[in-house]
Design a binder for this molecule. Structure first.
Ligand code: PRP
Length: 175
């Protein structure tokens, strides 16, 4: 198995600092409730929050959408829910990747129904080639081409999440 580095650790860290500065400006006079989406977003969430300057509260949630990727039933399977009431809070969802857009479409609807003061989305990656459900991403670190990417939270069969960079996964034998 060979891993080609696609986004280096340095490039990721400097882009996250830029994003955090934008978020700091937008929420300068507010508190922010961060919801990191497990598993993939654990690393992006941890690195992003280190640079935030407003009062922050943080929770994680795990959810996936029902459907086959093209047909959304609009239902959300919540594997782990947040414990707090987000009514009247400024909420920022932090995700690792928007691929078809299905998960985030239904997740945003679910969290929006809980009546937060505002609801925005930060995503580490966005793969426009695969998009089927349009999602507004308020803070995006990188738009990427249609590669199978691993590392920095993203897995292949549960592995490689710990890598500090994003690589392109090529199975053994691929040129
Ligand atoms: C990934 C990612 C998003 C979703 C995006 O999660 O974290 O939640 O897929 O795909 P979509 O835009 O096509 O809906 P995954 O189900 O792989 O779980 P993981 O974060 O635990 O790896």
């Amino acid at each position: 198995m060979a891993i080609d580095i696609y986004l280096s650790q340095e490039k990721i860290q400097s882009r996250i600092l830029e994003l955090a500065q934008e978020i700091n400006k937008d929420y300068a006079d507010k508190s922010l409730h961060i919801i990191g989406i497990l598993n993939g977003a654990f690393m992006f969430t941890a690195d992003l929050v280190r640079h935030l300057t407003m009062p922050v509260t943080l929770e994680f949630m795990s959810a996936s959408s029902y459907g086959d990727g093209t047909v959304s039933t609009g239902e959300l399977k919540i594997n782990l829910d947040i414990k707090s009431d987000i009514r009247s809070k400024h909420v920022l969802i932090v995700e690792d990747i928007v691929d078809t857009g299905l998960t985030l479409t239904v997740l945003k609807k679910n969290l929006g129904n809980r009546k937060p003061a505002s609801l925005k989305l930060a995503s580490f990656l966005f793969k426009p080639a695969r998009l089927e459900h349009k999602v507004d991403i308020d803070y995006l670190a990188f738009e990427i081409e249609d590669h199978f990417v691993i590392g920095y939270g993203l897995d292949y069969a549960g592995r490689y999440r710990e890598l500090p960079y994003v690589g392109i996964y090529r199975p053994e034998g691929d040129a």
